[in-house]
Design a protein. Structure first.
Length: 144
């Protein structure tokens, strides 16, 4: 039986995880810098949205075998803040494909490098990308 990878520590409703999701590779790993912070010193939501869009586009480009454009952000939930200096890991998985579109589920984990390495799932989002041609028009997805 596979070991549970998280434990509940009941700290202000935050799920503190003991490891990142096992057996999965993040699409992106990045450390936000002070320039990515808002006026209160925590990481600006727009920075996280940009990382999510970039990470989500990676499996989409692979599946489309070429350029894609983001057509929709279907859902976006900031569960917990991200702090400057956290190690941010972004996981992206295709959950649906259509004729020209690819829908990707994105999960963001922050490892609090400055606070005993706790790991927290901070953001969940679902985005849809459209495969596009050289004229930026929708393109039918290649067969798998
Ligand atoms: C992406 C773009 C090329 C799609 O062109 P379009 O003429 O609207 O395309 P269509 O209506 O044929 O839809 C294409 C696909 O997108 C899907 N789609 C369109 N709107 C959607 C929405 N709001 N949510 C989810 N999927 C959507 C359609 O269902 C279709 O999927 P399918 O072929 O798998 O069934 C065009 O909308 C565009 O250029 N948008 C700007 C993209 C961009 O610049 N993004 C970066 C942000 S600045």
């Amino acid at each position: 039986m596979r070991a549970r990878f998280f434990q509940h520590h009941n700290m202000s409703d935050t799920e503190i995880l003991s490891s990142l999701p096992p057996g999965k590779n993040p699409a992106l790993r990045v450390v936000p810098m002070p320039a990515d912070a808002n006026v209160h010193g925590d990481v600006f939501g727009g920075w996280i949205m940009a990382q999510v869009d970039i990470a989500g586009s990676i499996p989409a480009v692979e599946r489309a075998q070429g350029r894609v454009a983001t057509v929709a952000v279907n859902s976006f939930l900031f569960r917990h803040p991200v702090f400057v200096g956290d190690l941010v890991s972004v996981y992206a998985d295709i959950v649906k494909t259509g004729r020209t579109s690819i829908t990707v589920s994105v999960e963001v984990y922050a490892q609090r490098m400055r606070h005993s390495n706790e790991i927290v799932k901070v953001t969940e989002a679902t985005l849809t990308y459209v495969a596009t041609d050289d004229n930026r028009q929708p393109r039918v997805l290649p067969k798998v």
